[in-house]
Design a protein around this ligand. Structure first.
Ligand SMILES: Nc1ncnc2c1ncn2[C@@H]1O[C@H](COP(=O)(O)OP(=O)(O)OP(=O)(O)O)[C@@H](O)[C@H]1O
Ligand SMILES: [Mg+2]
Length: 451
């Protein structure tokens, strides 16, 4: 049979349908019950079916299953959806198995059976981790082994309300050639897991390995087969881990979950915004604060720049945490529009704590920080700068300014500099009791207050 013309197989016993031919039905566990439903090339019985009026389709919002970890639920858009499949990708050793074992343990301790399928580790290894994490519910079931068909048959037979497959690269799909982890195998394994989740109407979480350049290993269409794609990431030197949604059919992709890897597992970081901010009492030249948005989470970012005179005709520009081209552009705008020469200096920019900022709202902070470094004068302490800087030196409004300002106030900052074009009467003194808000139209105006 040609690969591009797959037949669906339907179990005559339980009605389970899949494109992967299996000897044993992964849902009801019966042998030899799968039969081809549509011979290749045949038109389906549904041919000629009428299109429906969207508003006439009856819908009931899915009843979500809480993962038991608030941060995970928030990133998922409110919890796991029955029949919905989540794929979580992350670098080796980042903590995927740890997180999911904790999720399994939480779900089980709330009375729903959770099946953890490990194709990579032995039962002893998983049990040891479970003991370290303090996961010990009777409803947490463990299947260790590479036979996916066999593993999945436990979903129905053990009445699992959630299954976790760790990982799609480590299990063997039936009737597919090649080693586990090869594109065909990964595609077939993921498809079978998706089919079982849909048929049994239980949520599923699949672990996917990522390649060196950060893509999910295996076939490209893996991301399309599932409903939600999460990434779990972190820097090697830090114990913080970030959970983000790259795609979500059941919620937005704005939320960010931050965890700390501890001896007894991953603990959610509740107060995220001050994570990258090192409260310091001494004002140092070249340091400016801004409130960046990571999804919908405001984070205080500390932008540091250093300017040192150079003897070379081509001064050096280095940037970490902000796009280098953006930094060079801002340095040029500062020189041309605010009259602060920087041609004779090597310039370095760093966003403290390893944070990476894509948000243009950090432009103003980068510019004042650079001006402060070049003039070797510190900026006001406890002040944040929010604004995008244009080529004409104008300071433009930023998105969700109110959320950022509220966060700045909550953290005890005393002053904020924003664009004069920021709309609304909302910042009367009653809005911000503890913080002075200053509006500026351009870079020169922002700097005149400082120097
Ligand atoms: N005893 C321990 N104390 C503290 N942290 C530990 C301990 N053992 C493991 N870890 C942490 O857990 C991490 C491994 O987590 P985990 O096995 O969940 O990662 P993973 O993403 O599933 O990796 P893989 O891709 O190899 O399956 C280690 O890198 C380490 O940071
Ligand atoms: Mg693992």
């Amino acid at each position: 049979m040609a690969k591009e013309d797959p037949v669906r197989y339907v179990c005559v016993n339980c009605g389970f349908s899949t494109v992967t031919r299996t000897g044993k039905c992964p849902l009801c566990g019966q042998w030899g019950t799968l039969e081809a439903a549509e011979p290749a090339g045949a038109r389906s019985d549904k041919y000629g079916a009428k299109a429906e009026v969207v508003s006439s389709v009856s819908v009931t919002p899915p009843k979500r299953l809480s993962s038991g970890i608030h941060e995970v639920d928030r990133v998922l858009g409110g919890g796991l959806v029955p029949g919905g499949v989540v794929l979580i990708g992350g670098q080796p050793g980042i903590g995927k198995s740890t997180l999911l074992l904790q999720v399994g343990g939480q779900v089980a301790s709330r009375g729903t059976s959770a099946l953890y399928i490990s194709g990579e580790e032995s039962a002893a290894q998983v049990a040891l981790r479970a003991a370290r994490l303090g996961v010990s519910s009777e409803k947490l079931l463990l299947y260790c082994g590479g036979d996916l068909e066999d593993a999945l048959s436990n979903v129905r037979s053990q009445n699992a309300g959630l299954f976790i497959l760790d990982s799609v690269q480590a299990v063997r799909a039936p009737n597919e050639t090649g080693w586990p982890g090869t594109p065909n195998q990964v595609r077939a394994a993921a498809q079978l897991a998706v089919d079982v989740a849909r048929a049994a109407n239980v949520p599923a979480v699949l672990v996917g390995h990522i390649t060196k350049d950060g893509r999910l290993a295996g076939p490209m269409l893996l991301e399309h087969m599932v409903d939600t794609v999460l990434t779990f990431s972190g820097e090697g030197y830090s114990s913080h881990r970030m959970l983000r949604a790259m795609k979500n059919r059941y919620g937005n992709t704005d939320e960010l979950g931050i965890f700390e890897m501890r001896e007894n597992g991953l603990a959610a970081v509740e107060d995220k915004s001050g994570l990258y901010w090192n409260r310091s009492d001494t004002a140092v030249p070249g340091v400016a604060m801004t409130i960046a948005l990571e999804g919908s989470t405001p984070l205080v970012a500390e932008i540091q720049t250093l300017a040192s005179p150079t003897a070379f005709p081509y001064p050096k520009r280095t940037s970490r945490g902000m796009d280098l081209n953006r930094f060079q552009l801002l340095a040029a705008v500062l020189e041309k529009r605010a009259g602060i020469p920087c041609g004779g200096c090597d310039l370095y920019l760093n966003v403290a704590g390893g944070l990476s900022i894509q948000d243009p709202s950090a432009d103003l902070a980068a510019c004042v920080s650079l001006a402060s470094a070049l003039k070797d004068k510190p900026l006001r302490s406890e002040c944040c700068y929010l604004g995008e800087v244009g080529l004409a030196g104008e300071v433009r409004p930023v998105t969700r300014v109110m959320a950022r300002l509220k966060e700045a106030e909550r953290l005890g900052l005393k002053r904020a500099v924003v664009s004069g074009k920021e709309r609304g009467e909302f910042w009367g003194p009653k809005e911000f009791t503890g913080m002075k808000i200053q509006r500026v139209d351009n870079l020169s105006e922002a700097l005149s207050d400082v120097f």
